[in-house]
Design a protein around this ligand. Structure first.
Ligand code: UD1
Ligand code: UDP
Length: 382
């Protein structure tokens, strides 16, 4: 007799939650086909819980692995042991992971050890440089080796996978679920005419430069270079307000507050709830970031993007003209930011480019592909 396919979705950090909650919701609309268990590792705590609140998703498993200033090896060991136990408790037909975090890699490995097939959302991103970003480039390559199904957001990501020898029939080009999340949240903000207390101290009569940053390869000199550039731009442009929701990683908090803590037109905020952040993006003039997810969201909101990295796996935005790679050298960032603030034509060319990352229907496509690929698996004697 046909029974629903048992799916366990495992995630642990803010961006995974943003990109997988739309899929959780899409799966829950098909109870006759799927039974979904949400398992969070808790690799992030406050930043993860903020997202679960937005989408009203309640995990059945919370492995609570985060510790202050955690190391990669310690995190990996804790998450592997606890994910493995969760798999024993639920014995799903599929494990779904997203992206390239330690949680994603560990959950894929734990599933592999139990011979449970893995479906990988946002598969095929590559810089082709093993340490950039670190450890994400290696995490995603390893997940690709383990996964049975690969949901690539873009044709470029699909091509990367096929070039590595993955069977064409195991790869589905779906768009990125972050666009599903973004459009869902933006529609609600607009419908409800939401105002967020977290944004109240910001002077929106000024042009807002929104900043985020957290990449491990930028720790140390990289973050300091970015902050020095922001300080110089802020000092010279009192009519500009730099708004920086600071990631909770202690390696980020300390240097950011040291360089930017006392600059009057720089607002350092704690990480913002997703809806407030989207509204802030929407009301910003431009964005300076090393974030993966924000590189995908910004083009949908027509926001010019300076990417503070040496390489990106999201080259589509650079090719479309919505993003430019500026690295972490203070003079380069300062010059690029000046040009966006002073040169209207340059600004307009960035802001009018199109969004290459999705149309808001990625989750639906993933659900359909998963069901097709599961036929047969769901036939089990009672
Ligand atoms: C992680 C991911 C990275 C992803 C990023 C998204 C890994 C190795 N890194 O990096 O790929 O792009 O998340 O933000 O998987 N912390 C808190 N509260 C939180 C979250 C973090 O206090 O809610 C602090 C803790 O001290 C924690 C530290 O930040 O130990 C680092 O968190 P971790 O998940 O290891 O690394 P991220 O830099 O957040
Ligand atoms: N984001 C958020 N609040 C913030 C900063 C970012 O909700 O204060 C969202 C952002 O819209 C994007 C995601 O978090 O969807 C990106 O997360 P992050 O930059 O931490 O990780 P990455 O995408 O680089 O892995």
């Amino acid at each position: 007799m046909k029974r629903p396919v048992e799916v366990m979705i495992v995630f642990g950090t803010r961006p995974e939650a943003i990109k997988l909650c739309p899929l959780v919701l899409a799966l829950s609309e098909r109870p006759e086909d799927f039974r979904t268990t949400v398992c969070v590792t808790g690799q992030h705590r406050e930043m993860l819980d903020q997202v679960l609140d937005v989408f009203d998703v309640e995990p059945e498993e919370d492995l609570d692995v985060m510790t202050e200033g955690q190391s990669l090896d310690g995190l990996t060991a804790r998450a592997l042991a606890r994910t493995s136990e969760a798999l024993d408790r639920h014995q799903p037909d599929w494990v779904i992971v997203q992206g390239d975090t330690t949680t994603s890699f560990v959950a894929a490995l734990a599933a592999f050890y139990k011979k449970i097939p893995v479906a990988h959302v946002e598969a095929g991103l590559r810089t082709h440089q093993r340490y950039s970003p670190f450890p994400e480039e290696m995490n995603r390559r390893l997940i690709s080796s383990i996964a049975h199904l690969h949901f690539a957001a873009t044709p470029r990501a699909r091509d990367n996978l096929v070039a590595e020898g993955i069977r064409d029939s195991d790869v589905f080009t779906t768009g990125n679920t972050v666009i599903d999340a973004l459009l869902w949240v933006r529609a609600r903000i607009r419908e409800e005419n939401r105002r967020f207390p977290e944004l109240e101290g910001i002077d929106f009569t000024k042009r807002i430069v929104l900043v985020t940053g957290h990449r491990r390869e930028n720790f140390g000199g990289g973050i300091t270079g970015i902050c020095e550039a922001l300080k110089r731009v802020a000092d010279r442009n009192p009519s500009v307000e730099i708004v920086y929701p600071v990631h909770r990683n202690p390696n980020v908090v300390a240097p950011v507050h040291r360089v930017l803590g006392d600059v009057p037109n720089v607002k350092l905020l704690p990480p913002l709830p997703y809806q407030a952040f989207i509204q802030l993006m929407d009301r910003s003039y431009c964005i300076v970031t090393d974030s993966g997810g924000i590189q995908e969201e910004a083009p949908s909101l027509n926001k010019p993007l300076l990417v503070t990295r040496e390489s990106t796996e999201r080259q589509e935005g650079v090719d479309a003209g919505t993003a430019v790679l500026v690295g972490t050298d203070a003079s380069r960032i300062e010059a690029e930011l000046d040009s966006l603030l002073d040169d209207d034509d340059r600004y307009a060319s960035f802001a009018s480019a199109s969004n290459p990352y999705g149309d808001g229907n990625a989750s639906r496509r993933i659900v359909d592909a998963l069901l097709d690929s599961s036929s047969g698996k769901a036939e089990r004697p009672e």
